[in-house]
Design a protein around this ligand. Structure first.
Ligand code: PMP
Length: 452
């Protein structure tokens, strides 16, 4: 094999690749980062320069890169079966994984339908909910309710349910038209107001929308507790409690998109647990395989399942599929991931790490250009603003977040701000001293970005 170096690889890349979520023109001045290997929270280039992966490679990695236990599980599965069609056929990893997910998920979610990306899992939830009402003869139900600042993926259906204009605006003519309700995002609470009070107050708008549109609506879709791509905006579990009650009252499904927040990110295995609720559809992805392989799943209830279960000629079946549905290698990575959660008491141990993250970043709250440092479990966000008092943002064209990204890369950390929101969403194998390093780099990067 030809030996490789940073420059050669990036030059070859820029001749043939088109990177995700990237204005490729930026790479005329912003170097692409070639990665040769990963280990734990660290990524390493061809010169041995290391980067602390503070964002878990787009929120997927839970137990570090090249995790020996997940590696071994995949290698073992590879000896037997790499893939098989899941229509009409089955295999042990997918059955075991489904049994375990049903056990772990909020009560009542007893069926697993697999896909290969988060967006695809969201499409499944939307289609299943719509189709459920069709099968029941409630044909007027064609709409969905979503929240401002929400994000649910990039395929057209999932994109329709999001509300981040940067990703959505261009495609508006192609999209479904959801009924968009104000988010309980506590960044907008009054001075002195608690998260719970603000989130409760914000619910009034949802109640009004449900009362008005219930007969036309299939489902409400939310990201429980943290709206991640929308800027790591956070809210109180009370909102989910009220939403569950209202969805029951108005006979509308609740779709919980835990693709980003599931698997321990918010401090509990699933964010819905903090509100003691169960959605009608639970979408999971990202961390499901520990960040190894593309796999997602939409869990639903027996009641939904039974609404599709009938003689073939009734044409009630859910005829949705993806080629790699339930891929055995991905399922074996997921099984190894769930085993680590059990064996290592991860959820409890993360409490210590979360407290350390809070401690290491506490002083940033006093920074003249930081409006808020907020945290839910293992997600910490730092909101950079022009004016601390009024929360006036920096003009987006100034790309201050990008300056933090550049600074962090130079100093050995992969931070990838969302606009001017800098956040940590690290693998759970991060050490306290590595958290300190991140806090230091982020603080210095913010100083530089806000003084230019
Ligand atoms: N839902 C949420 C809440 C997400 O954060 C994401 C991805 N960032 C998705 C859906 C889409 O997942 P994917 O990128 O795997 O399609």
């Amino acid at each position: 094999m030809q030996s490789m170096d940073n420059n050669t690889l990036t030059q070859r890349d820029l001749r043939v690749l088109w990177h995700p979520c990237t204005q490729m023109h930026d790479h005329e001045t912003l170097p692409l980062v070639p990665i040769r290997r990963g280990e734990g929270v660290w990524l390493e280039d061809f010169n041995g320069k290391r980067y602390l992966d503070a964002i878990s490679s787009w929120w997927v990695n839970l137990f570090g890169h090249a995790n020996p236990r997940i590696n071994a599980a995949i290698a073992d599965q590879l000896q037997n079966l790499e893939h098989v069609i899941l229509a009409g056929f089955t295999h042990e990893p997918v059955v075991r994984l489904s049994e375990q997910l049903v056990q772990l998920a909020p009560k009542g979610l007893s069926r697993c339908f697999y896909a290969d990306s988060g967006s695809a899992a969201v499409e499944i939830a939307l289609k299943m909910s719509f189709h459920y009402w069709q099968n029941r003869g409630e044909k007027k139900r064609t709409r969905f309710i979503n929240l401002t600042s929400s994000y649910h993926g990039e395929t057209l259906g999932a994109l329709s349910m999001g509300d981040v204009s940067l990703y959505k605006e261009t495609y508006q003519p192609l999209l479904l038209k959801p009924i968009t309700v104000k988010s309980p995002d506590c960044y907008y609470r009054e001075a002195g107001e608690s998260w719970a009070d603000y989130s409760t107050r914000a619910f009034a708008e949802m109640e009004t929308a449900l009362a008005r549109y219930a007969d036309e609506v299939c489902a409400v879709i939310v990201e429980p507790l943290v709206q991640c791509a929308g800027g790591m905006r956070m809210y109180d579990p009370v909102y989910l409690k009220l939403l569950r009650q209202a969805c029951d009252k108005y006979r509308v499904h609740l779709i919980a998109d835990e693709i980003a927040v599931g698997f321990g990110r918010t401090g509990t295995m699933f964010a819905c647990e903090q509100a003691a609720i169960a959605p009608d559809f639970l979408c999971l992805g990202k961390g499901l395989t520990g960040g190894y392989l593309p796999l997602s799943v939409c869990l639903t209830t027996d009641e939904v399942y039974q609404t599709f279960y009938a003689e073939y000629a009734t044409r009630k079946a859910f005829l949705h599929s993806h080629s790699y549905t339930g891929n055995p290698l991905a399922c074996s990575a997921a099984l190894a991931t769930l085993e680590i959660f059990r064996d290592d008491d991860v959820i409890n141990r993360n409490q210590v790490l979360a407290a350390h993250i809070a401690h290491a970043t506490a002083s940033l709250a006093d920074h003249p250009h930081i409006a808020e440092v907020r945290q839910t479990g293992m997600i910490l966000a730092i909101e950079m603003v022009k004016d601390k008092k009024t929360h006036e943002s920096f003009p987006w064209q100034e790309r201050r977040g990008l300056s933090v990204y550049r600074y962090a890369l130079e100093h050995g950390a992969l931070l990838r701000p969302l606009g001017d929101v800098i956040y940590f969403m690290p693998p759970y194998v991060i050490k306290p001293e590595e958290i300190n390093l991140l806090a230091k780099v982020a603080g210095e990067g913010i100083n530089i970005a806000t003084t230019k």
